[in-house]
Design a protein around this ligand. Sequence first.
Ligand code: ARG
Length: 346
Amino acid sequence: MAGSQFLSYLAVAILLSSRASHAQQSCGKIPTSGRIINGEDAEPGEWPWQVSFTSDGDHFCGGSLINENWVLSAAHCFPGGNNNYTVILGRHRLDGMGVNEAARGVEKIVNHPYYDRNTFDNDISLVRLSMPVQMNNYISTICLASKDSVIHPGTYTWVTGWGTTSNGTAADVLQEVRVPIVGQRECECSYPGLTMNMICAGFREGGKDSCQGDSGGPQVFNDRSENAMVQVGVVSFGQGCALPGFPGVYTSVQRYEWWIRNVTGSSPPSFVNVTTPGNFSDGFFVCPTDRPMTTEYLYTHYPPHFTTDDDSIFGTGANIIHFSYFSHFTSFFALFVSLYVLVGHS
Ligand code: ARG
């Protein structure tokens, strides 16, 4: 009798403790409400996994908290490996110290071993914090898309960050923007160097996008079936920001489940198998011929003075003009216009 009583107590205790640990690990809290270019201000605590990487007090990249010790970000944010970076969690504004903020140092940065700084392939990084963080209403983890996830074109995702806004300066209040996934074939029309490790999002007419300073930050999908927000991408690169025909390019998180598990070891983050509604694929997509490389298009969007190949005001090494054929075009235009000016003046 005493034995069976003990057993039932034990069962209840196990049940309670497993529930407790489950609750503690729950990731991807759904925001209660809902530049980034043409985004809107987030509410405090709306995106509690969003972190800000700072160097000498200046924000330079975003990231996402995936468990109490690890932050996911982009490899191109850390070209020089481990510097004196500070990770700020629970952050809402860049100006002034927020009451819900917590700061951590960086114990180590693990850039993906096959990150390619020329193609931006494998633009993903794991950053281990100097001390674990305590979860609360303003600081909590995001779930990650597992390797078997299927994310169809047209799926809406949210991107958040303090990057450049439409007025050309960094945001103060954290910005959020909703952009649809662009099919792989369609995105290849704009970025011929696209790989399977990249996923694109944006509107054909442009207007809404992530931008410089948003890099490393999360692109998340509201998975209603799991009742959780799930990170599908990491802000990586783009041709300009919010230009028509040039979606933002994100590192595809699902491709790295194995690598992330491997690096985080005994305390892996939570992976969720995401399947979004939508048509099967964009396999028959035919590239439009009127974009992107018409001379008119280039001239209006890339006037000849704009020949820098690094427009990142944060010095993260992000190449605006990313593919070499593009540099050729821009140099060609620079040449063309210099000749025009010379001839015009003589
Ligand atoms: N590479 C940029 C950064 O370092 C992010 C660019 C994203 N661009 C875009 N058009 N979505 O912050």
